[in-house]
Write a protein that binds this ligand. Structure first.
Ligand code: HEM
Length: 339
């Protein structure tokens, strides 16, 4: 049911753009007002979220560690899985962001049987999620970088090289981008695992499916435009450049499918700062990732601790010894000793 809700909302959004531009004459809204609003929401929302996280106090070291901690000099320790200084923590963070190392350690729980037939839980390495995540994220990145050709004139050389490399197989006309296939393959697996595995289906809510269907919708509408509808790229570039120059002009030759693509991208941008997709910014601020595990090397005092004047038991007894003896309570130091 949750998958259905996600799919339904994305289809309704796509239809809204199609009807709004095709029949409703709301081109100005979908082509100009919504894109500017979406970018503003994304930039302001992203910045506010990051600033809010950056302001959250983190009094203690709480890194998640995945290897031997540093202790005695002659015991080797896991430098990047259990870093103790800023340099190694930065290296660990870079490796995490670029290669998803923590996801590479992902395991799956399988209910099996012992030799004598009793039920037993076993844990196995599960690399498919990591592979799908890598395919999806890197393809997304390359597609977005390639799209910069719509927003720049002249198109910078690195973007032209990327375009050339991504279509190097020279299949089909217009040439097929490898990232399009890899993007769909990654997204397909991310969706399939939520639908196929009962445990993952159980913990998946409508927002999980919505994000996936929204990105799949963006990919499919883009692929449709390029390989099926073969939209008028010159008019589209004229339009995107006019948006960038803050003097929007919407050529009539632009097919409605472009506005479906653009509207879904706008929804993604506006939704991004309020969704789980904010892990893009959050990973850099996560104290489980960005702190060295140096609690055994440095004393970290909680800055929120109230300033308490310590009152030891000895001092307490000195203050109340007479009353304690009178009440029959045991004391460490007797009254005579004190005298
Ligand atoms: C989240 C951001 C976006 C994603 C993931 C995305 C994804 C895609 C994909 C997968 C394609 C298929 C062909 C290709 O890979 O180039 C495509 C095509 C296209 N996209 Fe996007 N897109 C995004 C944003 C935009 C934006 C902001 C615009 C313009 C304002 C745009 C305009 C187009 C156009 C015109 C095509 C057809 C390209 C061609 O025929 O060569 N896209 N998009």
């Amino acid at each position: 049911m949750n998958a259905f809700y996600g799919l339904f909302i994305v289809c309704a959004l796509a239809l809204a753009a199609l009807v709004g531009v095709g029949g409703g004459g709301m081109t100005g809204l979908f082509a100009v007002a919504i894109p500017y609003a979406a970018v503003a929401i994304f930039v302001v929302g992203f910045a506010l979220k990051v600033m809010c996280w950056a302001k959250s106090p983190v009094p203690f070291r709480i890194p998640t560690t995945g290897g031997q901690q540093k202790s005695l000099d002659w015991i080797p320790y896991a430098r990047y899985d259990n870093p103790v200084n800023s340099r190694d923590t930065v290296v660990r963070m870079i490796l995490e962001v670029l290669t998803f190392r923590s996801l590479f350690r992902n395991t799956t729980a399988v209910l099996g049987k012992t030799p004598d037939g009793k039920p037993q839980v076993g844990y196995f390495s599960e690399k498919w999620l990591w592979l799908a995540a890598i395919l999806f994220h890197y393809s997304f990145l390359l597609i977005v970088i390639r799209h910069m050709r719509f927003f720049t004139e002249p198109v910078p050389l690195p973007i032209q090289w990327l375009d050339w490399a991504d279509s190097i197989l020279q299949i089909y006309s217009p040439t097929l981008y490898q990232t399009n296939l890899l993007f769909l393959a990654g997204l397909g697996w991310l969706l399939a695992r939520r639908l196929l595995y009962p445990q993952i289906r159980y913990i998946s809510n409508a927002a999980d499916y919505f994000a996936l269907f929204l990105i799949i919708g963006i990919a499919l509408s883009g692929i449709y435009m390029r390989y099926v509808a073969k939209v008028d790229i010159v008019s589209i570039k004229q339009f995107t450049m006019s948006l960038v120059m803050f003097s929007p002009v919407v050529p009539k030759e632009i097919a409605p499918s472009f506005f479906v693509h653009l509207f879904l991208v706008c929804v993604l941008l506006a939704y991004f700062p309020f969704s789980k997709l904010m892990h893009l910014g959050g990973v850099f601020l996560s104290p489980t990732r960005n702190l060295p595990n140096d609690s055994r090397i440095h004393h970290h005092e909680n800055p929120w601790n109230p300033k308490i004047k310590p009152h030891s038991y000895e001092a307490y007894e000195d203050d109340f010894r007479e009353a304690m003896v009178e009440a029959g309570l045991p004391v460490v130091k007797q009254l005579e000793e004190e005298a």
